[in-house]
Design a protein around this ligand. Structure first.
Ligand code: DGL
Length: 274
């Protein structure tokens, strides 16, 4: 197989990365993809960064075994824990990672107050500290970790009472402080944008970084001569370390397409078996 026709590797702790994959499929459906959702370990957010780094390295090796030509770390938490490390460890391959989109938020806010929703690990990482330092000048940033929200989304509960209560807790105090922008710093959260918009109202802008990340992946492939020629629709191979049937049932709603999902098992020595 020529390198151009090899797949893009995409991973997340679970279904969150499907928000990025959805944007990638819209932009470049001809690209084959292998997606790994580490649902055996979700959520990553409350875990120590070192542990998330170890998971991320193992998953990267799994994707490289598939001949991945580019890896999209479609998880803010894994990016916070491991992006620099992965780039050092695997210098022959390019990585696209996620960071909270504070730059466009700070550029466009009028009230000067921006809310950021992300996991505890993302807020702890050096990546977030550097984003704050570079882009938050003069802007007041309000943060919330939305405890339990990733679990609700993993269950497919996108607008039930429990999910709404978590988001109300996060967003009401921010609205009281006059936010006019909400940055989604976790790839699970775009799936609850309709609910977020109902809570914050039309005057508050909600930033989902997925389209920008998909464009960045496309630019990188083009620059490296790795882009699959346009035309046609390639397959997505999906793997989960969790429950296969549960994953399959969420696909039409979250990804907008279905496909077979393959189970994988983690071994104690940090290998994954197909
Ligand atoms: N989707 C992830 C993120 O972007 C991880 C959420 C979690 O597993 O806690 O941060």
């Amino acid at each position: 197989m020529s390198q151009q026709n090899q797949p893009i590797g995409v991973f997340d702790s679970g279904v969150g990365g499907l928000s990025v994959l959805r944007a990638m499929r819209g932009l470049m459906p001809e690209e084959p993809v292998v997606y790994f959702g580490d649902q055996g370990h979700v959520p990553y957010g409350p875990r120590p960064l070192e542990q998330v780094r170890a998971f991320s390295e193992t998953i990267t090796r799994f994707l490289l075994d598939y001949g991945a030509k580019l890896i999209v770390v479609a998880c803010n938490t894994a990016s916070a824990a491991a992006l620099h490390y992965l780039r050092d460890k695997f210098p022959h391959i390019s990585f696209v990672g996620m960071e909270p989109a504070l730059k466009p938020a700070a550029e466009h806010t009028r009230s000067g107050v921006v809310g950021v929703l992300a996991t505890p690990a993302t807020f702890q990482g050096a990546l977030y500290a550097s984003v704050l330092e570079r882009f938050a000048n003069g802007v007041q940033i309000l943060q919330h970790t939305c405890p339990g929200l990733v679990g609700q989304i993993e269950k497919g509960d996108l607008d039930g009472d429990g999910t709404r209560a978590i988001l109300e807790d996060a967003l009401r105090p921010m609205l009281d402080q006059r936010i006019d922008t909400v940055v989604l710093g976790c790839t699970h959260y775009p799936f609850v944008i309709p609910l977020i918009e109902r809570i914050v109202g039309e005057s508050v802008r909600v930033i989902d970084p997925a389209p920008a990340v998909a464009k960045q992946a496309k630019r990188l492939l083009e620059a490296q001569g790795l882009k699959t020629p346009a035309g046609g629709r390639a397959e997505v191979r999906l793997y989960t370390s969790g429950d296969v049937d549960a994953f399959i049932s969420l696909l039409p709603g979250l990804l907008g397409e279905s496909g077979p999902v393959h189970p994988v098992t983690w071994l104690d020595d940090h290998r994954i078996e197909k």
